[in-house]
Unconditional design. Structure first.
Length: 215
């Protein structure tokens, strides 16, 4: 069975999205700055059907991220479409007709919806019965490969509280947001013990790697 991994970009003051998130500004005020390190990379551009780009110390990390990946899990906010029900069902996510996942994606939500097949091998499955059910379904789809928890912070904190994450990668950026959505909120007394495994210094980002310590 593969691992459950989590990766996210975070500001120096601990936020993974800025304040005032909305459909028009899903990362909140200043939130896009957290990801500026990744946009120029050739590996990222290739994933999104673009050409060219740079190669830095971060490039191999992006390639390794998908090398043994069989499924994703994400929260409703990351899939988008606003709170509440699905309306007329026209919302198909933030990523256009060919999302950059290319494997099954399991979306945690309170509102049922039929699976949504997209181009390139991506199918969004909507899970209404909790994080453990989503993980079981994702692992079944992934087989021996890993499952990547794509976010956001609330979903990651749920998996951390349940001690279900195997590995954690924080992409720490030299950004100060001051407020917004914070990782590691509400984990007092319930957080797993983590062991740092490596640090990679990129351009405009420092990659911090941890794994769960059992026992």
């Amino acid at each position: 069975m593969g691992k459950l991994r989590f990766e996210i970009s975070m500001s120096l003051d601990g936020y993974v999205a800025g304040p005032n998130q909305s459909l028009d500004d899903p990362l909140g005020k200043g939130g896009e700055e957290l990801h500026e390190w990744i946009f120029p990379l050739a590996a990222w551009r290739r994933e999104h059907g673009q050409e060219g780009g740079e190669i830095t110390a971060s490039s191999p990390l992006l390639e390794q991220r998908v090398a043994n990946l069989g499924a994703y899990i994400m929260g409703r906010n990351m899939f988008g479409g606003g709170p509440g029900g699905w309306g007329d069902g026209s919302w198909e996510g933030w990523w256009g007709d060919d999302p950059p996942y290319h494997v099954p994606v399991f979306v945690l939500t309170h509102h049922p919806r039929e699976p949504l097949p997209m181009a390139g091998g991506t199918t969004f499955h909507f899970v209404t019965d909790g994080i453990e059910s989503a993980l079981a379904r994702a692992r079944e789809a992934a087989g021996e490969r890993d499952v990547l928890l794509a976010g956001g912070a609330d979903v990651a904190n749920q998996y951390l509280r349940a001690n279900l994450l195997d590995e954690l990668q924080i992409n720490l950026t030299p950004v100060l947001l001051g407020s917004g959505e914070r990782l590691f909120d509400g984990l007092a007394g319930a957080s797993p013990k983590l062991e740092q495994t490596r640090v990679v210094e990129g351009v405009g980002v420092t990659h911090l790697f941890y794994r769960r310590q059992d026992g």
